[in-house]
Every structure is written in C-alpha cells, then in structure tokens.
Design a protein around this ligand. Structure first.
Ligand SMILES: NC(=[NH2+])NCCC[C@H](N)C(=O)O
Length: 331
C-alpha cells in the first residue's frame, strides 16, 4: 500500500503544523452563512420580502402569576390558557402561509414580556445583533433568545455592552442599503451606535430617527409592507422619520389614531411578502383601509398579547426573509 500524502514524512511538517493534509478554511463568514452549512442562513435586507423563518416564544407558566399588569409593562391581566391557544393557532397560520416557525422555550423564571420576541434581536444576513432590553422588567430576556438562536445555528454577531440599550423593533430596513434605527425609550444612542458598527461592516448605512412618545418602538409608528410603501401611525410617526420616508418617495398608508390603532394595535402587523400582510383580527376599519390600499390581508387572533401591550409585529421575531432583489425579480 502506498502512503497517503497525509502520512508524516521525515523532514516535512505534519498536517497539524501546516504540512501535507492541512486544509485552510477558504470561505469567509458571509459565504458560510449564506451557504447555510457551517451556520444556519439568517437575516433580511427588507421588511417586506417573502417571510421564510420566524422565532416565536412559547408562553411560559410565569405569565399566569402576573398580578399587577402595569408593573410588567402590560395593559391588563393575561389569560395564559388563551394566550397559549393563540400561540398555537398562530404557529399553524404561519406554517400554512409557508413560514417556518422556530420556538423559543424560556424557563418560567424569564420575564413575561419574553413573548415579544421581535424585541430581542435584529437578524442580519451575517448573524444577529442581540438586544439589551431597556427596562428592568425585561432585562436579561435576551439571554434566552441568545440560547435559542445559538441552538438554531445562527451566528451571534454582537452583544451590547456597557449601558447601551437596544430593542429589535427599533431597527427597520427603509431601502436596500439603509436601516432606520429608532432612538428613544427602548434604544439609546449607544445601542444605535452598536447596530451601526455591525451594519457598517456589511456595507449598510444606518440613519437614526427619534421615536415619538406615543410609540414604544419605531415599529409602532411605521410598518413597511412593500418596496416604497409603508403603513404609518399618523399621530405617532416622528417628523424626522416621516422625512426619511418622504425623501425616498414612499407611498404612505396613513392610519389615524382611532380605537383600533391605539388600543387594539391593528397596525402591529407582519409583512408576509410584498403587499401581503398578517394583521390582528377584529380590526375591520384598519383592515378595510389596508385592502383599499391594495394590500392582501390575512388575520390572526392575538387579543391576549394586546393585553400585554403588543401584537403580531412585536411577538414575531423575524429570522429570515428572501433577498429583496430576488423577490422583486420574481414579482
Ligand atoms: N415591539 C413591541 N412593540 N413590543 C411590545 C412589547 C410590549 C411589552 N409589554 C413591553 O412593554 O416591552
């Protein structure tokens, strides 16, 4: 038998020392994630390209023991049994709509707001930026998201340090090269700066805009539903944020602050693909407005989440969408 060329030979370094048999890692991080081999594919570069993978939190037992909703940033007591039913139904709805659902299964000691997975990370095409939640009530939720994301094989690109705070619902792609970062109660300048660094490494610009007092996050004031089309909470969109949309020729579907928008969180929706949205059920006025604007509307029951002060957009952690260029070509 002849020797294989990895067999050590006198005078030559062995493979572990870079000799015959050593194989250098040739691909870079981005290619490895995009290939989905060493890491799982993740991220998105638009808020409206076809939705492929999401992370939802299974409501845990601890939610039942919330006695003072306001002390947990909630509006009313949550019925855990019903929230679980809504979670199960939503999981099924996403599946029928072609979206793969991954589940974050936190321990009952995690805060109750961990059901709002959107706030816990931003998924970029090279991995996630973990949130660092701004309130004491939500502090540390991001750790459970980190564990779930790591188990999925998604690279954890950045963890906020120091006193920086950032919540995922404050970062939204406004065009192919730019992410708007809402700065306010949930994300501060330091948090925004960390997001900026990560995205800059990927050749993406960020623009900071203030989040007005009437919104928890930027997502509460604007939801992108197609290339150059967004639904806005007229009373809650800050003037600088509006200016960024106008500057880019956005067509805006304006929602006045009626009962559905303010109390039922009717615009807390998720774009399933260009011009297709999944919105909270039981909001006929908003639904009509969206349909009149030419959007295709699906609904899901999320009343228990609304009591916890969020809805579909907040509870859906966006893990992966198709590339928007590919989506544009297909459409
Ligand atoms: N992205 C969102 N708007 N999430 C809703 C979060 C609701 C939660 N009670 C909180 O105040 O943090």
């Amino acid at each position: 038998m002849g020797r294989s060329d990895t067999t050590p030979r006198a005078g030559l370094p062995t493979s572990d020392l870079g000799g015959p048999g050593w194989v250098p890692r040739s691909a870079g991080h981005r290619e490895e994630v995009e290939a989905g081999v060493r890491w799982s594919r993740c991220g998105y570069r638009s808020e409206w390209a076809p939705l492929r993978e999401v992370l939802l939190t299974r409501p845990h037992d601890g939610i039942a023991s919330v006695t003072d909703p306001a002390a947990q940033l909630m509006r009313a007591p949550v019925d855990l049994g019903r929230m679980r039913e809504q979670f199960a139904a939503l999981t099924e709805t996403y599946r029928t709509l072609g979206v793969r659902v991954h589940v974050l299964d936190p321990p009952p000691t995690a805060g109750p707001n961990i059901v709002f997975a959107r706030d816990l990370f931003l998924a970029t095409p090279q991995g996630v930026v973990l949130a660092r939640c701004a309130s004491a009530q939500r502090a540390g939720e991001e750790r459970h998201a980190a564990a779930a994301l790591a188990a999925l094989g998604v690279p954890l690109l950045r963890i906020m340090t120091g006193t920086a705070v950032f919540e995922g619902a404050d970062a939204l792609w406004v065009d192919e090269r730019t992410v708007l970062v809402g700065v306010g109660l949930r994300t501060d300048r330091a948090g925004a700066a960390t997001v900026r660094e990560v995205l800059r490494e990927q050749g993406v610009d960020t623009v900071e805009v203030p989040v007005s007092d009437g919104a928890q996050h930027l997502l509460g004031s604007v939801v992108f539903v197609d290339r150059r089309r967004a639904v806005v909470h007229t009373a809650a969109l800050s003037a600088p944020a509006r200016a960024e949309l106008v500057r880019r020729d956005y067509e805006l579907v304006e929602l006045p602050p009626d009962d559905e928008v303010v109390r039922r969180r009717s615009m807390n929706l998720v774009a399933l693909g260009p011009g297709r949205v999944l919105m909270p059920a039981g909001c006929p006025v908003t639904r009509r407005r969206l349909e009149d604007a030419g959007l295709e509307v699906f609904t899901a029951e999320v009343g228990e989440y609304v009591k916890a002060a969020g809805a579909l957009g907040c509870l859906t952690g966006i893990l992966r969408r198709d590339d928007s260029d590919a989506a544009a070509q297909a459409g």
